[in-house]
Design a protein around this ligand. Structure first.
Ligand SMILES: Nc1ncnc2c1ncn2[C@@H]1O[C@H](COP(=O)(O)OP(=O)(O)OP(=O)(O)O)[C@@H](O)[C@H]1O
Ligand SMILES: [Mg+2]
Length: 265
């Protein structure tokens, strides 16, 4: 892959290191809980989660279906309020922010890729992808050049003018990933980003993400069941019943057997 040189060449201020050289962790949680329902029927979707993820990490959240992965990334992104505990993103406590400040944090600091892609149906693929750049005031030619270059790299070349309804699930997913990374966020939260993709498209997307991770120190947190993604991560946090069962660093390329073990073994 050439590079993302067509993307805005200056990272957003949110991506730059702080002047004093002491960058806060990208994400920190302290005794985080999310409980749905009450009493006997209460479900602790997330419980007792205290984790620190440094700037520039490439982390997979794994665990069985229902183990709390989506809930945890929604808590980190300030889309869900915790029942108990705190979340900091880039050193700022999310629960203490006003709605407006949270919205600004999401726009300037976080790229989201959801299980449901949340593309705007009336906009073309290109317009969807360039949306965060437009909100930030990047000029039209720069935006469009960045989108076209990335689309070419991830197999969306020629589909710029299609609306989401005329794209396959996998193509829509790639548009959503393009939108998330083009804004040059400091943190990308991705929920099953490769779920509908074949191996070559997954490979291309992960390549783009690894490049951003290495060159711009973008932090990536992925929820996934996909061994292909897990293999490329450098840290795996495995959730079971909402709590962290295991949290370990690994070499890219390795796939430790415990990530795939069924619960209770
Ligand atoms: N809005 C809600 N109301 C009630 N229970 C919920 C709600 N959202 C999630 N849950 C429950 O919380 C638990 C964790 O769900 P979550 O979606 O975080 O799991 P997950 O690990 O992302 O699963 P999957 O791999 O299937 O996407 C599940 O038991 C789920 O049923
Ligand atoms: Mg989920």
């Amino acid at each position: 892959m050439s590079s993302t040189s067509g993307s805005p060449s200056t990272p957003s201020p949110a991506v730059e290191a702080r002047g004093d050289g002491s960058a806060p962790p990208s994400v920190r949680t302290e005794d985080l809980w999310k409980t749905y329902g009450e009493g006997e029927t209460a479900v602790h979707a997330v419980q007792r989660v205290s984790i620190t993820i440094e700037r520039g990490e490439f982390v997979v959240l794994s665990g069985p279906s229902g183990s709390g992965k989506t809930t945890l990334v929604n808590l980190i992104g300030g889309l869900t309020d915790p029942s108990r505990g705190k979340v900091w993103v880039a050193g700022e406590e999310v629960g203490a922010m006003s709605e407006r400040a949270r919205a600004r944090m999401r726009l300037e600091h976080i790229g989201f890729v959801f299980q449901a892609f949340n593309l705007l149906p009336v906009l073309s693929a290109l317009e969807n992808a360039e949306f965060p750049l437009m909100l930030r005031g990047v000029d039209r030619d720069t935006r469009r050049a960045a989108v076209r270059e990335l689309f070419e790299e991830i197999g969306l070349g020629g589909l710029e003018d299609r609306r989401p309804g005329a794209l396959s699930g996998g193509q829509q997913q790639r548009v959503a990933v393009a939108r998330a990374v083009l804004g040059a966020p400091a943190l990308v939260l991705a929920d099953e980003p490769t779920a509908n993709l074949d191996t070559s498209a997954s490979d291309a997307l992960l390549g783009v993400m690894e490049l951003l991770n290495q060159e711009r120190h973008v932090t990536f947190i992925f929820c996934t069941h996909d061994p292909f993604v897990m293999r490329r991560a450098r840290r795996i946090i495995r959730l079971v019943d909402g709590h962290v069962e295991r949290d370990a660093e690994k070499e890219p390329g390795d796939l430790p057997s415990w990530v795939l073990e069924p619960v209770g073994t």
